[in-house]
Ligand binder design. Structure first.
Ligand code: PRP
Ligand code: URA
Length: 213
């Protein structure tokens, strides 16, 4: 199945995003710069993924007169997948400071590449509005699928996944498990290598964000 067959995949090819992606991929980029760029790209991507957020008409009193205005009409929840997803939070929360933040803890077992659950804490209103599920990497798709399962169990209906880099394998797995979830990526790479890493990719996102390698 070609990766493009995901019914809800959007590749965000905005030049400002791609310019930062070039620096993120560069092995010479320092952890400090990598963190900053991850956060910035996440914000730019989310801005585009917010285009159709529900809003309601209201009025506000300007210093001159009453004006028609629009406000977001449902609580937004941001859900980073621990741990690398944390690197995306700051850039997104800067755009929507009123958002709640939930956390889903998952890591990939390095030998089986299966996602292992270790934490889930979601705000009580999570099902009442859009949820942005964020993780820099969509590789086999195991982590994204497991995180989406948590969100669906909690009643979420409008789930949007934001990942910096995806492999066709992960996109296809998401399409099979959760075709209704909108997936936004900055890059759809060639494939997974024999260790389950996305190639060309950008390496281990968590290690590069937190300087653990
Ligand atoms: C990475 C990444 C995703 C997952 C993607 O996390 O941040 O969560 O792998 O791989 P998948 O699509 O095959 O599930 P990792 O498990 O390395 O944990 P970390 O964030 O703690 O570094
Ligand atoms: N997780 C990462 O951090 N990088 C990959 O390429 C695949 C999974």
């Amino acid at each position: 199945m070609p990766a493009e067959s995901h019914p809800n995949l959007t590749i965000l090819d905005h030049p400002l995003i791609q310019n930062k992606m070039a620096r993120l991929r560069d092995e010479a980029t320092s952890p400090e710069d990598f963190r900053r760029l991850t956060s910035q790209v996440a914000g730019l991507m989310t801005f585009q993924a917010c285009r159709d957020l529900p809003s309601r008409e209201t009025t506000v009193r300007t210093p001159l007169e009453e004006a028609v205005a629009f406000r977001l009409s449902a609580p937004i929840t941001l859900v980073p997948i621990l741990r690398a997803g944390l690197g995306m939070v700051e850039g997104i929360i800067a755009l929507m400071p009123e958002a709640n933040v939930g956390h889903v803890g998952l890591y990939r077992d390095e030998s089986t590449l299966e996602a292992v659950n270790y934490y889930c804490k979601l705000p009580p209103e999570v099902a009442e509005g859009p949820v942005f599920l964020v993780d820099p990497m969509l590789a086999t798709g195991g982590s994204a699928i497991a995180a989406t399962d948590h969100l669906l169990k909690h009643g979420c209906q409008d789930i949007r996944m934001i990942a910096l880099v995806a492999a066709p394998e992960g996109v296809n797995a998401m399409a099979e498990s959760h075709p209704e979830i909108r997936v936004y990526v900055a890059a759809l790479d060639r494939q997974l290598n024999e260790n389950g890493y996305i190639v060309p990719g950008l390496g281990d996102a968590g290690d590069r964000i937190f300087g653990t390698r």
